[in-house]
Design a binder for this molecule. Structure first.
Ligand code: GAL
Length: 815
């Protein structure tokens, strides 16, 4: 089938209204965004001449975008990990390199004549783009969105987009991925249209009685004659009702622009907050002579953000403490491919685990991440850079900073500023120039640039030194981010009483120490742990920590950091439960975990950490298991985390004593329990009464695999994902967690979908993420299924050694 016929069309206007009908009849097509997710052709390595339209791409591999070529198995089917990769421990032993993409784009004469804007949300990195053989753009930074204007360059029939990615190693301190890692779209517009990047809807004031929203935009006229236009702006609430309307007449000069600024007063608005993420849509319709030429829809929220050292962070006047987690952009088994559903899932996992804030470390978040944060009610610190002019790695972005920082800052702010979830802009993380006059000057320039595009949000930066220079650095910023500097909050407040502070990075094992001052010191507004979700690269830091001889640690086959409180498959580790208790979130108010007995570590090299417990990013070696065969009669350490003032532990119905808990015990108590198979139950008491409990049961041999799927239906759009989690259980349905229960599986996907990846979270299992051949780790394995373009049933099959085959059905529905 012709590629164009399979390209989904996403009309910007929702219903065919009378003016739209008129526009269609008069030959003006509605503004349209086309997804270019499908039908890319890819070739790894050099491909001389591939920018020429006539180049023979018959042998190239067909891929869907977002796409990360660095995570893909080699052509012979072997996994991509390479112990000799230049990126080494940083990159998870995954090399970068060069890659080429070609996309044939069939346009009819009408479409070829429209205003065409080709949007790349992120290409990692140093990309060159050609259109029909003409070099149309270069974009260096791997995390910012950019648009190429193809107007007047397209022809009726076949057009060819070519992208060369030149990911030189080492470019990053973590796994960055390579290629078209975020969505690509094409906008087809009338010559008279709202300039897409010009729209900014910001809240001037917000109360339950009234919200004032300032709208700024400009109308662009690409035609040779001045245009008398009418712009109708409406605000549509979540229930579809129109709550405000504004009509403006203006003249837009030929090949020029005209600005628009107005204020909406919205009565009894539904404000946006983490507790009630209400959204509105600004719909801007542009008419010339009564004919609809353009419709632009921009989603936003009505909310104010203020910070000060007395009241902390307030949203709509109400104080919020930032219960934060840092995340990187990769999606584990999909590599760095920012599939919208995968990005969204990460936000949802955090929300479900009680976090209310994300720091997008150390680069601008994807649109899917921000959209999910808007919808689910997560606060976001959107961060620009991990370095400025001074490099951290030989081939990193510092090579391009001087020439590019303005466009990259602009891109971050323009693509993020309509998202109510974004509360702060961060200009950087642990910048080598920080706390020096040079660092302060750069921060001033970056912050000034941000404020010209958005003066409504505070600007911050993550600083990790104890230096007198911090004062000059923080003087340029509205909010001070401290990486691992909880010891400075008291003394820095004494010298800078107006400074608003937060922990932009903390170690998980010190969660109490970092959380305790938050809010108790009103100027300390939050804490972002490193990290909430595990990620590829910085291998092994969550197991061994760093040390003087850290180069000896985290060697291949390590490829995950393993410091995520939520593991790479999405499973909460004990540290995530502890945090929920610290936050008094009521999700699992009492939980019990067991420390791995000495000499039985399930991963090697832990001994070094045991001798150097000060090493930073390691998590406590605790497990949600009461299956310790071979340890009978030996004392095991059981740690109970509780929100309650009193807890009691029971083994096989026998009390092991009540203990007081609370802030004085850092919300945890421990017991030494001689191991005996059976049931271990922790009970939390409030007012002397049993309020909640948590149970761990000894499991037998694995007898079955239990499948759970996060959705039963996907759209047949080639992009939707369903996550299928497989859990080993014994004959009684008790989860099998012990490593000796792990089993090898073959996962296959048949019908209207494909297997996009499978992973188990084992930081040392560097086997293929695409083949479907994968073992469980601590009894768990997760497969990601991608919808195809055709509707129909998808059958996902898990065949584990010695276990009955299990299947789950997902339906791909037509659009
Ligand atoms: C921090 C840094 C993070 C990560 C972390 C753990 O200093 O900002 O990006 O590298 O250390 O190694």
């Amino acid at each position: 089938m012709h590629p164009l016929l399979k390209t989904p069309r996403l009309p910007l206007a929702i219903a065919v209204s009378f003016p739209l009908l008129l526009a269609l009849l008069s030959g003006h097509a509605a503004a349209e965004r086309r997804s270019l997710a499908q039908d890319w052709l890819f070739q790894k390595g050099e491909a001389r001449g591939a920018e020429q339209p006539a180049f023979d791409d018959a042998g190239w591999r067909k891929v869907a975008v977002p796409h990360d070529f660095a995570i893909m198995d080699k052509p012979d089917g072997t996994p991509p990990f390479d112990p000799k990769a230049v990126g080494g421990q940083d990159s998870g032993y995954l090399p970068g390199g060069q890659g080429w993409y070609r996309r044939h784009l069939a346009l009819d004469a009408g479409d070829a004549a429209r205003v065409l804007r080709l949007n790349f949300e992120a290409v990692y990195m140093d990309a060159d783009i050609w259109f029909n053989g003409e070099h149309v753009g270069r974009h260096r930074y791997g995390y910012t969105a950019f648009t190429l204007d193809l107007t007047g360059k397209a022809k009726a029939g076949d057009n060819v987009i070519t992208v060369r990615v030149n990911h030189a190693d080492p470019s990053s301190r973590w796994y960055a991925g390579s290629g078209l890692i975020r969505p690509v779209t094409l906008d087809l517009l009338d010559p008279v249209h709202v300039a897409p990047d010009s729209v900014f809807a910001s809240t001037r004031s917000a109360s339950s009685d009234q919200g004032e929203v300032d709208v700024r935009a400009s109308v662009s006229n690409r035609s040779a004659a001045a245009a008398k236009v009418e712009v109708l702006s409406t605000v549509v609430a979540g229930d579809g009702s129109t709550v405000a309307r504004e009509r403006r007449a203006m003249t837009v000069p030929a090949r020029g622009k005209a600005d628009l600024a107005h204020r909406f007063a919205i009565a009894n608005p539904k404000l946006w907050s983490p507790d009630a993420p209400n959204l509105y849509t600004l719909v801007q319709e542009v008419r010339v002579g009564g004919v609809l030429r353009d419709t632009r829809r921009t989603r936003f929220g009505i909310r104010t953000v203020t910070v000060d050292a007395r009241h902390g962070l307030r949203i709509n006047g109400k104080q919020y403490l930032l219960k934060g987690g840092n995340i990187h952009h990769d999606n584990y088994m999909l590599g760095a491919a920012g599939a919208p559903d995968a990005d969204r899932r990460k936000v949802a996992l955090m929300k479900d685990a009680g976090y209310n804030a994300i720091r997008s470390a150390h680069n601008p978040a994807s649109q899917a991440t921000l959209e999910a944060a808007d919808e689910l009610g997560m606060l976001v610190i959107d961060e620009a850079f991990d370095m400025w002019r001074k490099p951290k790695r030989d081939a990193d972005y510092s090579r391009f900073f001087e020439e590019n920082w303005r466009r990259d800052i602009d891109s971050m702010v323009v693509s993020g500023r309509n998202h109510p979830s974004v509360i702060f802009w961060s200009v950087g993380n642990e910048i080598p120039e920080q706390a020096t006059p040079e660092g302060a000057k750069t921060a001033r320039e970056l912050a000034a640039r941000i404020r010209t595009l958005d003066a409504t949000r505070p600007v911050t930066q993550g600083v990790n030194v104890d230096s007198p220079g911090n004062a000059v650095q923080f003087a340029e910023l509205d909010v001070a981010g401290y990486n691992y500097r909880v010891h400075l909050f008291g003394s820095d407040h004494a010298t800078h009483p107006e400074r608003v502070m937060y922990t932009s990075e903390s170690t998980s094992k010190d969660a109490f120490r970092y959380w305790d001052p938050v809010g108790r010191m009103p100027w300390v507004i939050g804490d972002f742990v490193w990290t909430s979700v595990d990620y590829l690269g910085e291998t092994g830091i969550g197991w061994m920590g760093y040390s003087k001889d850290w180069k000896e640690l985290g060697k291949y086959p390590w490829h995950l950091a393993y410091c995520g409180e939520i593991d790479a498959t999405g499973r909460k580790r004990p540290a995530a439960y502890y945090r929920q208790v610290l936050w008094q979130s009521g999700i699992d108010p009492v939980v019990a975990f067991v420390e791995q007995p000495a000499g039985t570590e399930d991963l090697p090299d832990r001994q070094y950490f045991k001798e150097h417990p000060e090493l930073d990013w390691s998590l406590h070696d605790l497990h949600p298991s009461w299956t310790w065969t071979g340890q009978e009669g030996r004392p095991l350490k059981v740690v109970v985390y509780a929100e309650h003032p009193e807890v009691e532990l029971f083994l096989n119905g026998r009390s092991l004593g009540r203990k007081a808990a609370g802030r004085q015990t850092e919300y945890q108590v421990s017991y030494s329990v001689p191991y005996q198979a059976g049931r271990l139950v922790a009970v939390g008491y409030r007012d002397g009464k049993a309020a909640d409990q948590w149970e761990l049961r000894t499991a037998g041999a694995p007898a079955a695999v239990k499948l759970t799927v996060d959705r039963r239906q996907v759209r047949a759009n080639g992009e939707d994902l369903a996550y299928v989690s497989a859990e080993l259980v014994d004959a009684n349905g008790v989860p099998v967690y012990a490593r000796d229960g792990d089993r090898q599986f073959r996962v296959t996907v048949k019908g209207a979908g494909t297997l996009a990846g499978a992973g188990n979270g084992n930081p040392m299992d560097a086997s293929s993420l695409q083949s479907g051949e994968r073992a469980t780790f601590h009894g768990r394995l997760v497969a990601v299924v991608r919808a195809g373009m055709d509707a129909g049933p998808i059958e996902v099959e898990f065949a584990g050694e010695g276990l009955p085959v299990q299947r789950v059905r997902i339906d791909a529905a037509s659009l």
